[in-house]
Design a protein around this ligand. Structure first.
Ligand code: SF4
Ligand code: SF4
Length: 163
């Protein structure tokens, strides 16, 4: 009996070891090779909220002007679905006219553009956006803030001793 328990414990330890290794490799690949900053976790609850508060980023800026947006509408079919509903400190706010206001479902779900299929992407965060409070997704930092802080503190410490 004791021998069996020891065997299972060893299997468990080996699994933990390889899982830990896998996580480290995954982290390395995402952050150093793909230059990603966030993991996306969770899944969509189909509430439709992200289709009602949209910012449009064109090159390096968020669209602020309706005239500029009119020109963009010819560039991509996604833009032709959007209607301006307001403006805030970030830029113009749009909602998508394909969202059914009663069911909160996308009326073109099967043929929706790639940008909708890939949502939420981390570019959203780099432009100051955020997920809606009850969104089913979460964006978790690949390298936690505490780890970044620790590394920075270590570097400062080393610089201090180098002098
Ligand atoms: S096309 Fe569909 S999924 Fe994309 S923003 Fe519009 S309603 Fe949402
Ligand atoms: S806000 Fe989040 S949960 Fe709701 S439809 Fe958009 S991605 Fe899905």
């Amino acid at each position: 009996m004791f021998r069996f328990a020891k065997f299972y414990l060893n299997v468990y330890k080996t699994l933990c070891y390889y899982t830990g290794m896998f996580e480290k490799l995954k982290k390395f690949f995402l952050s150093k090779v793909l230059k990603k900053k966030y993991y996306r976790t969770g899944k969509c609850k189909a509430c439709g909220k992200c289709c009602t508060q949209i910012y449009v980023k064109h090159y390096k800026h968020v669209v602020q002007d309706e005239k500029e947006f009119e020109k963009l509408q010819y560039l991509h079919r996604f833009y032709s679905y959007l209607k301006v509903i307001g403006k805030d400190d970030i830029g113009l706010i749009f909602e998508c006219q394909n969202l059914d206001p009663v069911t909160h479902k996308c009326k073109i779900h099967r043929t929706r553009p790639g940008i909708c299929r890939r949502y939420p992407q981390e570019e959203l965060f780099s432009m100051g956006g955020a997920l809606s409070d009850d969104c089913g997704y979460k964006m978790e930092p690949i390298i936690p803030f505490s780890e970044v802080l620790e590394k920075t503190a270590k570097k400062k410490h080393m610089l201090f001793y180098d002098r």
